[in-house]
Design a protein around this ligand. Structure first.
Ligand SMILES: [Zn+2]
Length: 133
C-alpha cells in the first residue's frame, strides 16, 4: 500500500518531533491514500516520555469537521524520542485493527504503518510505502 504525503508536510512532522523529550502526536488528515494536512495535538498521557494519548478534544473536533465536509481523519503520527520508528509493544497493545495509519518518527526517520486485522483476527501492523511528492 502506498500513501502520498508532501515533502514539506513530512518535514514538518519530523521537525515537531525533533529534540523533544516527550512523544509528540497529532492527526493525519486527507483523502483516500493521500495525507494533505496534520493537526498537532497535546499528548495527554500520564507518562508522555514513554506513551502518547491524543487530546480527545482534538479528535472529536476533527471527526466533527470531517462529517461536515472537511478532510477525513486517516490516522495519526507520534514520535519515539529514543526509539525506532516502528510500533512499540505499547502501540500494539493500544491499537485496533481498523485500518488507520500510524506514522511513527524515530531515530531513523519516519515510517508509516497500517493497523490491520490478520487472518486470525488479531492486530497486525503492516508497513506502508510513504511516498513523498
Ligand atoms: Zn509508539
Amino acid at each position: 500500500m502506498k500513501v502520498r504525503i508532501s515533502r514539506s508536510l513530512l518535514e514538518q512532522i519530523v521537525h515537531l518531533a525533533a529534540r523533544q523529550a516527550v512523544e509528540v502526536c497529532g492527526l493525519l488528515l486527507g483523502e483516500g491514500r493521500r495525507i494533505t494536512a496534520i493537526l498537532p495535538a497535546a499528548n495527554v498521557a500520564l507518562d508522555p516520555a514513554r506513551h502518547f494519548e491524543l487530546d480527545p478534544a482534538i479528535l472529536i473536533a476533527a471527526h466533527r469537521a470531517a462529517r461536515q465536509g472537511g478532510p477525513a481523519v486517516l490516522g495519526h503520527y507520534h514520535s519515539h524520542p529514543s526509539g525506532r520508528a516502528e510500533p512499540s509493544r505499547t502501540d500494539v497493545e493500544c491499537a485496533r485493527p481498523d485500518g488507520t495509519l500510524w506514522l511513527i518518527v524515530g531515530g531513523e526517520g519516519a515510517r508509516l504503518w497500517v493497523a490491520q486485522a490478520g487472518e486470525d483476527g488479531n492486530l497486525r501492523f503492516i508497513e506502508a510505502d510513504l511516498a513523498t511528492e
